[in-house]
Ligand binder design. Structure first.
Ligand code: FMN
Length: 368
């Protein structure tokens, strides 16, 4: 099962399974001299689970990070940073009964065929949303690296099911308000309607999806490596590796297809001696390079596949039709939990590309 690493200079390798001993990450290539502690990582992990139990599953693990290597005297050393979180709350009892019944919307069936039945199927194993803990840990380090250049990455919910946020808020408002609501939407009125929609779906034994927007501020011009390592291509790749993400768009995205060039082009102007564009339909990336405008990317998250409603499936040992009711603890909507994951994913790619572009040195100057 290869393909568990991403990045060129800031190389992130994820390991672990949903119901195994732990979920972990190794970061190879993190510059030396970055102040880093378990507290920094823990703060990001704590943001994963919304505090409001109405809209989250029973698997509310207090994930506790352990840094195993690569940090000495409070600073990164330049050696691989290994981090892990133990799986304490895993309850595998519900999975034995459905071992031969692939859950619709999950990777159970293709994974069983691909790995000849040897894969750890408990809780989705390697394909579980739980694995996003590794991404959060990597992202926490990436965000600290980016902060040395004042680059800020902010993700937030803009839609849950059919409830959409159409207010445009300033980055300061988004930064300050997004984690104040259970759904991680910075517009509190809209957030209430989103919460109600989730509660309603849960009552029906069903689930909802949504949209997460992520903005990256202060990214210098020219970050990216055309052609196949284009900045947008690499961001899209990591985001599509987040479970349940089914679509990615930058700037106007699919809506640009309906416009004329004169409407879509971002025209230039001088602003306090700086080159800016009048609009940002491109979402801050042109030709695979950052344009200096905020990077704006959105992901579409599908409704949680595990639902309480009875569904059709097949029994793979008997090769006959069957029915399945997925038990266990599942979120009726994974969008709120995915918000810090999207932020971590975008930060991870930006850190990698900024090291590649020579903007982040291999040894950081120690702040006195
Ligand atoms: C943070 C996070 C948590 C998730 N939790 C669950 C869950 O509790 N139940 C579930 O059915 N799916 C959950 N998912 C989604 C599934 O893992 C995912 O849909 C499934 O593995 C199939 O992958 P795909 O949707 O990318 O094709 C979660 C996803 C994320 C990002």
């Amino acid at each position: 099962m290869a393909g568990n690493s991403i990045g060129n200079e800031f190389v992130v390798t994820s390991f672990g399974e949903s119901h195994g001993k732990c979920v972990g990450v190794v970061i190879d290539g993190c510059p030396a001299g970055l102040p880093l502690s378990e507290k920094d990582i823990q703060a990001e992990l704590d943001r994963r689970i919304p505090a409001q139990p109405k809209i989250v599953s029973g698997r509310i693990e207090k994930d506790k990070v352990e840094i195993l290597s690569g940090v000495f005297n409070g600073f990164t050393t330049g050696a691989p940073i290994a981090m892990m979180v133990a799986n304490k709350e895993a309850d595998s009892s519900d999975y034995e009964a459905i071992k031969d019944l692939p859950r619709p919307g999950h990777a159970d069936y293709p994974a069983r065929v691909r790995y000849g039945g040897f894969n750890d199927y408990r809780g989705g194993g390697r394909f579980s949303g739980r694995l996003t803990v590794a991404l959060i840990m990597a992202g926490a380090v990436a965000k600290k690296l980016l902060s040395t250049l004042n680059v800020d990455v902010l993700a937030y919910t803009t839609a849950i099911g059919k409830v959409k946020m159409d207010n445009s808020l300033s980055p300061e408002e988004i930064r300050e308000r997004r984690y104040k609501t259970a759904v991680r939407c910075p517009d509190s009125t809209c957030a209430e309607a989103m919460e109600e929609a989730i509660v309603e779906a849960r009552k029906e034994g069903d689930s909802l999806g949504g949209i997460i927007e992520c903005i990256a501020l202060n990214v210098p011009v020219g970050v990216g490596e055309p052609l196949f390592d284009a900045l947008d291509a690499d961001i899209a790749k990591i985001l599509l590796a987040v479970p349940a993400v089914k679509g990615v768009e930058f700037g106007l995205g699919f809506a640009a297809a309906e416009l004329k060039g004169s409407e879509n082009n971002d025209q230039y102007q001088m602003h306090h001696g700086k080159v800016m564009t009048l609009t940002n339909n491109a979402g801050g990336i042109l030709g695979g390079l950052s344009s200096g405008m905020p990077i704006i990317v959105r992901v579409a998250v599908k409704p949680t596949p595990s639902i309480a409603k009875e569904q059709r499936t097949v029994n793979l040992s008997r090769m006959e039709d069957a029915k399945i009711t997925v038990k266990g603890r599942h979120d009726p909507c994974v969008v709120p939990k995915a918000v810090p994951v999207v932020e971590a994913a975008v930060a991870t790619v930006l850190a990698d590309h900024m090291i590649r572009a020579g903007l982040i040195p291999k040894v950081l100057k120690e702040k006195k």
